[in-house]
Design a protein around this ligand. Structure first.
Ligand code: ZN
Length: 748
C-alpha cells in the first residue's frame, strides 16, 4: 500500500510559544546557586556531518574498519562456526597494541544450554598464516587480540578470528535456537554472538563492559561488513544487507549479503518455516521484507509489512534518509517485544498471545524500525546513554500512533504523565534519567522506567514547550548532524537549541539530571488590600534533593468567596518562587493546577492540584462610610430617625453608631436601620450628632457623622383647609372694611 506523506495529519500541540524570557535565580541554603540566563545571542550551529554526501551513499574520503563475517550453521549441534576477517582502521588519536572484542554469548539467558563462543585461533591474513596471541576473559565476555606492532592513528591492521558459537536455547535472549521441527516453528537467531569490536572513545578509553541483562548493552562504530551465511538447503535466511549471491552445493545453501554502506553490526536468522513477504518502497528505494512462522500468518500477513512501510515512510520523510537497499522485520522468540539491529529487526512471537495482538506487533515494529534512525544511522553508547535512543524511539512510536490512529488520542493526555507523576508514590524511589545502565543497576534505579517511560515523557514535555514544529525540526537536525556518527545527550540538546535559538539548559539539566520531580508547597500567600495584589510564594520541597532547580509553567487559579474564579493564568514556577498577581476582590483560595503537562511528584492518587485557603490579609485600608440618609440638619420629633449608609471595605468585620459621643454604642448589621428609640428619647432636644463606625478584620476603623435636630414641641401645621379658612376670613374682612368705608362716605 502506498503511503503519502502529504496526507498525514500532524497534530501540532504547542501550548506555549518558544519565547523563553527567563532569568531565574535558583539558590539553596547558600550551597549552590545555579543560574540560567536567557541567551541574548542566537545559537547557530552548522551541520557538522556529511549528511548530504553520506545520504547519497557516497563515502569517498571516509575511512573505517571492514569486517568479513562468514558463518556456517549446524542445526544438529545448534552451533555457528565462523571466521571474522578484521581490517581494523585506527581512527583514534593513540597507538594501539591490543584490540578488544566482546564475546557476549555466554552472558545471555538460556533454558538448559548456555551460549558460548569458543575462540579457535587468531591468525594473520597472509600465507603462511601466523598465529596472533590473544587473551580470552570469559567472565567479562572479552577477548584482547595482541598486535605484533603498534597500530598508529590512521593506520590499519588485519587478522582473522576463527570461532565457534553455541546458541543458547530457550528463545529468551538475543541469540537462540528455539522451537521444534515437529511443530514447524524452530528458529535460529544469530545476533550479538560473534566477536564484536569494542569502541574506543574520549570518555572511557576502551568500552569493554560485559553483556548486561538490563537494557541494550551495545556500542559500535560504523564499519563495512560482508556477510556469508551457510545454512542447510531449504532454510530461509533473513540477514543484514542485500542478498547479492546465493548458491546451493551439497545440500547447503551459501547466501552472500552486503549492506553496501557502513553499519554497526550484522545479524542473521534462519528457519525452515519462515514465510516471506516483500515490498519495494519506491520513495525510499528500499525493499522491505517480513519473515514469520506460518502459525502467525493470521497476524503478520500484510499487516506487518504495511506497518513497516508506514513507519519507514514517516521517519524517512521527517528525520532523514535511510540509505540502504533492504530492511527486514523478522519474527523471534524472546522475553521482550523486539530487538533492533542494522537493516534487520526482530519482533517477538509474544504478539500472538497478547490481549491486543495488532497493537502489540505494531508497537514493536514501529519502535524497532525507528531504531534504524536512532541506533544504527545515529549511534549511541547504549551502556552510558541507553535511555537516549530508547526515549527518542518510544516517543517516535507514540507519534506514529498519533499520526495513524488519531482516534487513539495518545497525547490526550500522554500516557507517560500518569506514570511519571505517580512513580515516587508507587515505588518510593528516585529516578534520575541521565545515568549509565551499570549505575542504574548499582543505585537500584529502574532503567526500564527511565528509558521507556520517563525519557519519552520528558521529550513530550519539551515538545509541548518548544512547539511541535521545533521539536520535529530538532530531531531532524540531531539526526542529520550525527549521521553515521555517535551522539549523546548534549548533542540532542544542542540540536534543539539551534532550532529555538536559545539555551535550553534550564530544561535539560533539571529534567534529565535530577533524581526527584518537583514537589511544591505554599510557603505563604499574602493579599495586600491597599494595592490589590496577591503575593504567592511557592517552594519546591525536593529542591534540596536535586542538583538543579526546575522551571515550568503552571496554571494558577485564584478564587474569592463563594468559589468565584477571580484569576486564571499560567505562571513560571522556578524553584522557590514568589509571584504577584493583581486581584480586586479578597482572595479566599489559591490553587496550582497539576494538569496540562505539569510534572510534579504526586502525594495523592486523586489530588491533581495543590491549594491553600491560608491567605494572610495585609489591609491598611480604612473602611469608607458614606451617609445617604438622613440629610444634614434634618429635624426630628419624638420618633428616632432611620438611616441608610454605604461602606467600601473588602473585609468588613463590624459596624456601630453612637448619638452620645460613644457613651453608648449600638452595633448593627447591613446598611440600613433606625436609631435606637430609647437612646433618642434620652437625648436632649437640639442638635444631635450621629456617628457611624465600620471596622475591618485588620482593625482599621472608618468613621462618618451627621447632625440632626431633635424638636419635640407641637409644630403649626398648615393644611389646605386652614389656608382657605384664613383666606376666607381675610376676604370677608376686606369686604367688610370696604363696605364700612362706603357707608361712612355717604351723607347721613
Ligand atoms: Zn528500543
Amino acid at each position: 500500500m502506498k503511503f503519502k506523506q502529504k496526507n498525514l495529519v500532524y497534530l501540532v500541540i504547542g501550548l506555549i510559544s518558544a519565547i523563553f524570557i527567563l532569568e531565574t535565580i535558583f539558590s539553596f541554603n547558600g550551597i549552590k546557586t545555579i543560574r540560567f540566563y536567557k541567551e541574548t545571542d542566537l545559537i547557530t550551529q552548522p551541520l557538522s556531518s556529511d549528511y548530504e554526501q553520506f545520504s547519497k551513499g557516497n563515502f569517498s574520503g571516509y575511512e573505517c574498519s571492514s569486517y568479513n563475517l562468514s558463518v556456517f550453521l549446524d542445526e544438529d549441534t545448534s552451533t555457528v562456526a565462523g571466521n571474522l576477517t578484521v581490517d581494523y582502521y585506527n581512527d583514534d588519536p593513540i597507538n594501539f597494541t591490543q584490540i578488544p572484542f566482546h564475546i557476549y554469548a555466554s552472558g545471555m539467558r538460556y533454558d538448559h544450554r548456555p551460549g558460548y563462543i569458543e575462540i579457535l585461533n587468531v591468525t594473520t591474513l597472509e600465507d603462511p598464516k601466523e598465529e596472533l596471541a590473544f587473551d580470552f576473559l570469559n567472565s567479562s565476555q572479552l577477548m584482547w587480540v595482541n598486535l605484533t606492532s603498534d597500530l598508529e592513528p590512521g593506520n590499519r591492521t588485519s587478522f582473522i578470528i576463527s570461532f565457534n558459537t553455541t546458541l543458547p536455547d530457550g528463545g529468551i535472549d538475543r541469540a537462540s535456537d528455539h522451537g521444534e521441527d515437529l511443530d514447524e516453528n524452530r528458529i535460529f537467531k544469530f545476533a550479538s554472538c560473534y566477536p564484536l569490536p569494542c569502541v574506543y572513545d574520549k570518555f572511557d578509553g576502551w568500552n569493554i563492559d560485559p553483556y548486561l541483562l538490563t537494557g541494550d548493552p551495545f556500542y559500535y562504530d560504523m564499519a563495512y561488513y560482508d556477510l556469508i551465511v551457510n545454512v542447510p538447503e531449504n532454510m530461509t535466511v533473513a540477514a543484514t544487507g542485500e542478498l547479492i549471491d546465493q548458491v546451493t552445493i551439497d545440500n547447503r545453501t551459501i547466501n552472500h549479503y552486503n549492506p553496501h554502506l557502513p553499519v554497526r553490526e550484522v545479524t542473521f536468522s534462519a528457519s525452515r518455516y519462515f514465510e516471506v513477504e516483500t515490498f519495494l518502497i519506491p520513495d525510499i528505494n528500499a525493499t522491505v521484507s517480513t519473515y514469520f512462522l506460518s502459525q502467525s500468518y493470521w497476524l503478520w500477513h500484510d499487516f506487518a509489512l504495511m506497518v513497516t512501510i508506514y513507519a519507514g515512510e514517516l521517519f524517512y520523510n521527517t528525520l532523514g534518509i535511510y540509505p540502504y537497499s533492504t530492511f527486514n522485520v523478522v519474527q523471534e522468540y524472546t522475553y521482550y517485544g523486539g530487538m533492533e539491529y542494522p537493516l534487520q529487526v526482530y519482533a517477538s512471537t509474544a504478539a500472538d498471545t497478547h490481549q491486543y495482538p495488532e497493537w502489540y506487533l505494531e508497537t514493536v515494529i514501529v519502535h524497532e524500525s525507528a531504531h534504524q534512525w536512532f541506533y544504527n544511522l545515529v549511534g549511541f553508547d547504549q551502556v552510558d546513554w541507553g535511555f537516549l535512543d530508547e526515549g527518542i524511539v518510544c516517543w517516535l512510536t507514540d507519534w506514529f500512533k498519533d499520526v495513524f490512529h488519531p482516534d487513539w488520542g495518545i497525547f490526550d493526555p500522554y500516557w507517560g504523565l500518569y506514570d511519571v507523576r505517580h512513580y515516587s508514590l508507587e515505588h518510593g524511589l528516585p529516578n534520575k534519567i541521565n545515568q549509565s545502565v551499570p549505575d542504574c543497576i548499582s543505585s537500584g534505579t529502574d532503567y526500564w522506567y527511565l528509558g521507556y517511560t520517563k525519557t519519552n515523557t520528558i521529550l513530550e514535555k519539551l515538545r509541548q514547550t518548544i512547539t511541535h514544529t521545533n521539536f520535529i525540526e530538532g530531531l531532524e537536525l540531531f539526526f542529520q548532524d550525527h549521521y553515521f556518527e555517535i551522539a549523546g545527550l548534549k548533542d540532542l540538546q544542542n540540536a534543539f537549541e539551534t532550532v529555538v535559538g536559545e539555551s535550553l539548559d534550564w530544561f535539560f539539566f533539571p529534567w534529565f539530571d535530577n533524581p526527584y520531580l518537583p514537589k511544591y508547597e505554599f510557603v505563604n500567600v499574602k493579599y495586600d488590600a491597599m494595592n490589590q495584589l496577591i503575593n504567592i510564594t511557592i517552594r519546591d520541597v525536593n529542591e534540596a534533593l536535586n542538583q538543579y532547580s526546575y522551571s515550568q509553567l503552571i496554571p494558577i487559579s485564584i478564587y474569592s468567596s463563594g468559589s468565584t474564579l477571580e484569576y486564571f493564568g499560567y505562571e513560571w514556577i522556578n524553584g522557590t518562587t514568589s509571584i504577584i498577581i493583581h486581584i480586586e476582590k479578597l482572595p479566599t483560595r489559591v490553587r496550582l493546577n497539576y494538569d496540562d503537562f505539569v510534572l510534579v511528584q504526586f502525594a495523592d492518587y486523586n489530588l491533581n492540584y495543590l491549594q491553600t485557603t491560608n491567605i494572610i490579609l495585609i489591609d491598611e485600608v480604612i473602611p469608607v462610610i458614606d451617609i445617604l440618609s438622613p440629610p444634614q440638619n434634618e429635624e426630628f420629633g419624638k420618633n428616632a430617625p432611620s438611616f441608610e449608609i454605604s461602606i467600601i471595605e473588602i473585609d468588613l468585620d463590624s459596624t456601630w453608631y453612637t448619638i452620645d459621643d460613644s457613651v453608648n454604642n449600638y452595633t448593627f448589621s447591613g446598611l440600613t436601620g433606625t436609631i435606637d428609640q430609647n437612646a433618642w428619647n434620652d437625648s436632649p432636644e437640639g442638635n444631635i450628632t450621629i456617628e457611624f463606625y465600620a471596622k475591618d478584620t485588620s482593625g482599621n476603623i472608618g468613621y462618618a457623622d451627621i447632625v440632626v435636630v431633635k424638636n419635640i414641641e407641637e409644630m403649626v401645621i398648615f393644611s389646605y383647609n386652614t389656608i382657605f379658612y384664613i383666606a376666607f376670613i381675610c376676604l370677608i374682612s376686606i369686604i367688610s372694611i370696604k363696605t364700612f368705608k362706603k357707608l361712612k362716605n355717604q351723607p347721613f
